[in-house]
Design a protein around this ligand. Structure first.
Ligand code: HEC
Length: 93
């Protein structure tokens, strides 16, 4: 029985979902590469949106990252949070 030595799913990822573990990418680039396979940015501005403050935004981004399995680094997630807040939510910092 051959053992699977890697849990990496990169080989199956579509080109737009390229994982960028150590990145100089902007929050927007990270977001556009990783976060629009399930929903587009319309969820951030919909009338019944769930996220009501910056803490909730951070928590939701981490929840979605966990669903995604992208294993983005914390600093990447923080950049995405800043991007989403600057572009859509505009919560006071
Ligand atoms: C595996 C599918 C999936 C991926 C990939 C995904 N999300 Fe989500 N996201 C969801 C679902 C499902 C919801 C909840 C939608 C709802 O409640 O109607 C959601 C909601 C959100 C919300 C809250 C919107 C609101 O109501 O205010 C934010 C913010 C968000 N996602 C950010 C992200 C970010 C950032 C990424 C990339 C790291 C990401 N998502 C990737 C599935 C995903």
């Amino acid at each position: 029985m051959r053992r699977k030595t890697t849990r990496c799913h990169l080989a199956h990822a579509p080109p737009t979902a390229t994982m960028q573990p150590v990145s100089d990418l902007s929050g927007k680039a990270l977001h556009d590469a990783n976060c629009i396979s399930c929903h587009d940015s319309a969820v951030y501005t919909r009338a019944e949106r769930k996220v009501q403050d910056l803490a909730m935004l951070g928590a939701q981004v981490r929840r979605c990252n966990a669903n995604l399995g992208t294993q983005l680094f914390d600093e990447d997630l923080d950049k995405i949070v800043v991007y989403l807040n600057d572009s859509f939510y505009k919560f006071p910092k």
